[in-house]
Write a protein that binds this ligand. Structure first.
Ligand SMILES: Nc1ncnc2c1ncn2[C@@H]1O[C@H](COP(=O)(O)OP(=O)(O)OP(=O)(O)O)[C@@H](O)[C@H]1O
Ligand SMILES: [Mg+2]
Length: 618
């Protein structure tokens, strides 16, 4: 229970908001030219709004009495007043001209601000999504295992959109609303310092409240966004696992899992909405109180003649207009918290370090002699998976590695293709330390057929080529060599048929053959097959086996073998147990030895290949 409590507590923790905010703003740096122009628009908006307040009092007087109030607007006012006094029609002209002129300037400034800030916000988020994707693409597949895919997607969509609010609303608020407020405060104080001071006395309290509410909002929002991520994860999981759910009658339990996430998402958002709903009327109430106090005191000042009525109207308008930016600052403070919570979730992905793999700048050449592993050690947490493993793959041979499920065969493959790195021991590629070569170039040399076939929602052709240029083998040749021809003959469109989401329109064996074709198309001097048999029936297994057979012909092949056929045809078999290779030899030698292999082999004969170490555990 304590650990759960602790998790609940630490999950709601958001990093230092100032640091997160600065980091978000740094992302907007490439757009600073547009930001500057937008800021100029905001300044214009602030000035035109204040101008409205400034002229509204005298204008009212013009309407009621005609002529300029002596002393209003200084020299300009006197001149205009004299000009207006000469003809009553001029008044209407000036009034309408001013109103339209101000509206025009305001409108232009507004348009500029919104569209420019939109460009800044959307541009920044576009860059963030790209950086997120680059980061995800740099991770080893193992590193994402703990992540829920739906939650990851939700970070790209929901949290990035929230972050945009920090850039767009955050910056707009800081510049426009603060400028606006400052201009109106200055105007109010200029028009009547005493009244101004009364009206503004409320501002410190308001600011304090804004900050206090925002702090609360941050925690609430973080939980709300985690909940949305969890909801997305459940959706993704349901779509991906629909077969399992339907087969095993797990509809009710999955619906319950979803209902729980759904409820949390609703409650999380509701909590945030309540804070928002509460903060806006609170600001309104404070504003009303300030306005009331001002009115109350103003009445005596107006009647004693200390302030002229038109001045008071202007003043009143300024104070009235002031509460819009202050209220908006309050609302923005809440938006900002949502954005910062989102940014925090995004940065957690951006800050994931790829698994450290030592690599150099050189391009790995085709394997000519041998790939040798000596004393390779690898741990996952406390679990020592490989413990001083020695193994040699000679060019041109077919080596099978067998071992029980969980022995570390797939892990060994990941280390060979440099997606994981051994913590001790050495791997030599034709005598050269493999760290000399770039991981990507090693992966170009070692074509992998993974244990779990994965297809993209695209055509068969695209799934084989994966956007890579042909290196000797065409897509058609690769498909033929992988035994896909009968499959393609059935599919409408052949190679250009769509395989459906995760290849759902193909059978398990067909998917595996596409993966084999993908490896053949890649070329490379080593073929690494991590066999999966669990999903195949006898016919499909035979077909896939044949495909593998053809693919392995005349190549250096490392088969992580589960099938008796691949084991029998291997030149050499290595048995992985307890993190080491415990036996090596030909099939007959190993059977004669009556060791671990003989045992595994006997188990397989009795129970089928799965017992010898398959089980797509993940
Ligand atoms: N991403 C991971 N995080 C933590 N532990 C893992 C991860 N992947 C595998 N393991 C553990 O590492 C060990 C070796 O796993 P590995 O996948 O290499 O086994 P395997 O020999 O390929 O088994 P199988 O024949 O079932 O495919 C297992 O104990 C497994 O539970
Ligand atoms: Mg495996």
């Amino acid at each position: 229970m304590w650990s759960q409590l602790y998790r609940a507590f630490s999950r709601s923790k958001v990093e230092d908001p100032g640091r997160v905010a600065r980091r978000v703003l740094r992302l907007a740096r490439p757009y600073r030219a547009r930001l500057l122009v937008a800021a100029a628009c905001m300044l214009l908006l602030a000035l035109t709004t204040s101008a409205y307040a400034y002229v509204v009092g005298p204008l009212l007087r013009f309407i009621y009495e005609g002529g300029a109030a002596p002393g209003e607007f200084g020299w300009f006012g006197r001149r205009v007043g004299a000009w207006l006094a000469a003809d009553a029609g001029r008044m209407a002209l000036l009034l309408s001209g001013m109103v339209v002129g101000l509206a025009l300037v305001k409108g232009l400034a507004h348009y500029g601000e919104i569209s420019l800030m939109g460009a800044v916000g959307q541009g920044t988020m576009h860059d963030v999504r790209r950086a997120l994707m680059d980061r995800v693409l740099s991770l080893a597949p193992d590193q994402l295992v703990a992540e829920e895919r739906g939650d990851l997607a939700s970070r790209f969509m929901v949290d990035v959109a929230m972050m945009e609010a920090v850039v767009t609303y955050g910056l707009t608020a800081l510049v426009r609303d603060l400028l606006q407020a400052a201009a109106l405060v200055a105007l109010a104080l200029y028009l009547d310092p005493v009244l101004g001071a009364i009206a503004l006395a409320i501002l410190p309290l308001t600011s304090w409240l804004i900050v206090a509410i925002a702090r609360r909002m941050r925690r609430t929002q973080r939980r709300a966004q985690d909940a949305l991520g969890a909801l997305a994860a459940r959706i993704e999981e349901t779509a991906a696992g629909l077969a399992v759910i339907r087969h095993h009658g797990a509809e009710a339990s999955q619906a319950a899992r979803f209902a729980e996430a759904n409820r949390r998402a609703r409650d999380g958002q509701l909590a945030a909405i309540r804070i928002r709903a509460f903060s806006s009327p609170l600001m309104e109430l404070l504003g009303a109180a300030a306005l009331a106090a001002t009115l109350w005191y103003a009445q005596s000042r107006v009647s004693s003649g200390e302030i002229s009525p038109e001045r008071f109207v202007s003043f009143f308008t300024a104070v009235f207009l002031l509460y819009a930016p202050v209220k908006s600052l309050g609302a923005v403070a809440n938006f900002l918290q949502a954005g910062l919570a989102g940014a925090d979730r995004v940065f957690r992905v951006l800050d994931r370090e790829p698994a450290p793999v030592r690599e150099g700048p050189d391009e790995a050449p085709p394997l000519r002699d041998r790939l040798a592993l000596r004393g390779v050690r690898f741990r996952r947490g406390d679990n020592v998976v490989l413990d001083g493993l020695d193994l040699e793959l000679r060019a041109g041979e077919r080596l099978a590695v067998v071992g029980r499920s969980g022995a570390g065969k797939t892990t060994l493959a990941q280390i060979l293709v440099r997606l994981l790195d051994a913590e001790a021991g050495e791997i030599r590629w034709d005598g050269e330390p493999i760290e000399r070569y770039s991981g990507a170039s090693v992966r170009r040399q070692i074509a992998v057929v993974p244990q779990e076939p994965f297809l993209f929602h695209d055509t068969v052709r695209a799934n084989i080529a994966l956007g890579r240029p042909a290196r000797g083998t065409s897509v058609e040749e690769a498909a033929r060599a992988a035994g896909l021809e009968p499959v393609l003959a059935r599919l409408e469109g052949g190679l250009d048929a769509d395989v459906g989401e995760v290849g759902g329109r193909l059978s398990g064996g067909e998917r595996q053959r596409v993966c084999i074709a993908r490896a053949l198309y890649q070329g490379g001097s080593v073929l690494l097959l991590d066999e999966a048999v669990s999903s195949l029936d006898a016919t499909a297994e035979a077909e896939v086996g044949e495909a593998i057979e053809r693919a392995a012909q005349g190549r250096t092949t490392l088969v992580i073998a589960h099938r008796l056929s691949s084991v029998r045809r291997a030149d050499r078999i290595a048995v992985l147990e307890g993190g080491r290779i415990v036996e090596q030899g030909t099939f007959d030698e190993l059977v004669a030895r009556r060791g671990v292999f003989a045992e595994l082999f006997a188990e397989q004969l009795v129970r089928g290949p799965a017992a010898a170490g398959d089980g797509d555990a993940r």
